[in-house]
Design a binder for this molecule. Structure first.
Ligand SMILES: *[C@@H]1O[C@H](CO)[C@@H](O)[C@H](O)[C@H]1NC(C)=O
Length: 123
């Protein structure tokens, strides 16, 4: 009886690990790196941004918090489109596991961009 309970508990813990191990991605696994490109656009520094899905599952509908974002250099709206304080990445399309999207913009100072939400796909 007691051993059955122990076995049962072990399998619950085991399966919990399997499920967690296969898919624990959240929008917090979206990493955003910004570095100076070294170029200037109309005298304003340009920044290269790379947005990486640093997790094993694909994610779509990726939204970044991009309050006040502006740029002297147009950013392709198919890569980043601003709507209020949010920016939608690649039209809401899927960013596969460990893939990244890059874009450049020009402003001084650079903006702090944060992942805000996403839909996590199955792995
Ligand atoms: C910034 O992005 C441009 C265009 O993609 C690229 O040519 C350049 O090498 C990048 N610079 C840095 C420092 O990553």
């Amino acid at each position: 009886m007691a051993t059955n309970i122990v076995k049962c508990l072990f399998s619950i813990i085991f399966f919990t690990f399997i499920i967690k191990g296969s898919c624990v991605c959240t929008f917090n696994d979206i990493q955003i790196g910004t570095q100076r490109s070294g170029r200037e656009i109309k005298g304003i520094p340009e920044w290269n941004v790379s947005v990486i899905n640093n997790c094993v599952c694909p994610q779509s509908q990726i939204k970044l918090l991009c309050k006040g974002f502006q740029t002297e250099e147009p950013v392709d709206p198919n890569i980043l489109s601003k709507d209020g304080d949010n920016c939608l990445l690649i039209n809401g399309n899927t960013l596969q596991a460990f893939k990244s999207v890059e874009f450049s913009y020009a402003w001084d100072p650079p903006f702090l961009l944060w992942p805000q939400s996403s839909l996590v796909g199955s792995c």
